[in-house]
Design a protein around this ligand. Structure first.
Ligand code: SF4
Length: 447
């Protein structure tokens, strides 16, 4: 009987995609997937270290696995992968002795089956080596989603924003060859993928190593030509790498979704400077104005940190006024927490009291909720083209999907609509999604 594996994923889209790659590698090595840790011969915990809470989740989970194995009398191979593995390495083994058998760094995941095999003879096995090769063989990735596919275009980051752990955990910026990316997009399209999500820490910094002069615009044009792909998304562009040519390309290429994630992090130039973001409040707002002028139908989302070292009440007020001015369709907001190795932890005291950070995040999230509700209510009575991608988590009879702007749309309908793009008349709105009815749905064509 085949051995079984389970992968538990914390963190960002990049981690979700790494898990798809690790699943494919394990299946190539003869493993089958299971949803139950108790049945698994190999349990992979793919970790995130962007927030300290995610690290805590790892140690809680390792404790649970130790208890489960002792109660069942089993001995699964436990693998810790992802950013915490890269950052903590052997310290994970010391903190949870006898539980973590394999520690695999972010650049070593392609060696996962070999490391698991090695762990049968000696434990722990640790590989945190930097492997610069970012090519990836076709057909390995086991995608979770039949409709949407993640495709990595850049690994690592060279920006070294002072709060961010990514350059230390994912290494320096490495561009994936354009030919490799386009081949993966074609392969995904041939398997029925409708939407491509290009991933990289700074996608608009792309510079093809195999096609001199081809930047992110050139890559978008190449992906746009792939038959069968209906929508293209990407995450995330960096505000300081935008240019007019990119905005014109978004306008010109209809498959590119009308959504831009534009991480700002703070509304105060003083704080942005301490964060080493290399743009100002004013230049960011100029960029937003240029986007709105060229692409008036584009929805914006962002990331925001409150309580960064040295953030005064007046700086936070600037975050609130910027939020009101830009009117983001969605926002990921966090209280600052010092991360290992970063410039901020070395040089900037974490001097905003916890209760003040909490007060600020509550105020920011309340404002954002108000804005989102208003933007969603303005959609009532309009018709959106919705790519139906799942049964809704709320009710079995409901489907959900996304408009090009990334707004989540819920609608009643049969499961056979999943994977289709339908016009949906919006009838009702909430802060996080809207509800509507599909218009004039034709049965699927029989080929
Ligand atoms: Fe981190 Fe800054 Fe790089 Fe984004 S751009 S991954 S925040 S260092």
């Amino acid at each position: 009987m085949a051995q079984k594996y389970l992968i538990e994923t914390f963190g960002c889209q990049m981690n979700v995609h790494d898990s798809e790659r690790m699943a494919g590698l394990l299946e190539q090595a003869g493993y089958e997937s299971t949803d139950e840790a108790a049945d698994a011969d190999v349990v992979v915990i793919n970790t995130c270290s962007v927030r300290d809470r995610a690290e805590g989740q790892l140690y809680t989970r390792l404790g649970e696995l130790r208890q489960m194995a002792s109660e069942l009398g089993t001995d699964p191979t436990v693998v810790v992968a992802g950013c915490v593995a890269q950052q903590e390495g052997e310290a994970i083994v010391k903190r949870s002795p006898g539980v973590a058998d394999v520690i695999v760094g972010t650049q070593a995941i392609r060696r996962l089956p070999m490391l698991v095999a090695e762990a049968a003879g000696r434990r722990p096995v640790i590989d945190l080596n930097p492997y610069d090769d970012v090519t990836w063989p076709l057909g390995v990735t086991r995608r979770n989603d039949p409709i949407k596919a993640y495709v990595t275009i850049i690994e690592g980051c060279n920006e070294f924003c002072s709060f961010c752990v990514v350059p230390y955990t994912r290494g320096h910026e490495r561009m994936r060859p354009k030919a490799d990316i386009v081949a993966e997009v074609r392969d995904a399209a041939s398997q029925g993928t409708r939407e491509i999500q290009l991933l990289g820490q700074i996608v608009n910094h792309y510079d093809a190593p195999d096609d001199p002069g081809c930047d992110f615009v050139g890559l978008l044009e190449a992906v746009h030509e792939v038959d069968g792909i209906e929508r293209i998304r990407f995450a995330s562009p960096h505000p300081r790498h935008f240019d007019r040519r990119f905005l014109e390309a978004m306008k010109r290429l209809p498959k590119i979704c009308r959504h831009l994630h534009l991480p700002v992090q703070s509304g105060s130039t003083r704080v942005l400077d301490a964060m080493r973001r290399r743009y100002t409040r004013e230049s960011y707002l100029d960029l937003v104005a240029a986007i709105r002028e060229t692409l008036p139908d584009v929805a914006l989302s962002t990331d925001m940190i409150v309580g960064f070292p040295g953030e005064r009440a007046s700086d936070f007020d600037e975050t609130l006024t910027l939020t009101s001015q830009v009117r983001y369709h969605s926002m990921f907001s966090f209280k600052y927490s010092p991360r290992p190795n970063t410039l901020a932890i070395k040089r900037l005291p974490d001097d905003v009291p916890e209760e003040e950070k909490t007060r600020r995040i509550i105020a920011l999230q309340a404002l954002q909720r108000e804005i989102q509700t208003m933007l969603n209510e303005a959609l009532v009575g309009t018709t959106l083209e919705v790519l139906v991608d799942a049964a809704s988590r709320r009710r079995e009879t409901e489907l959900s999907g996304r408009a090009s702007t990334n707004v989540v749309v819920n609608l009643p309908g049969p499961a056979s609509w999943i994977g289709r793009t339908l016009p949906v008349r919006i009838e009702r709105a909430g802060p996080h999604s809207v509800w509507g009815q599909a218009l004039s749905v034709q049965p699927p064509a029989i080929s």
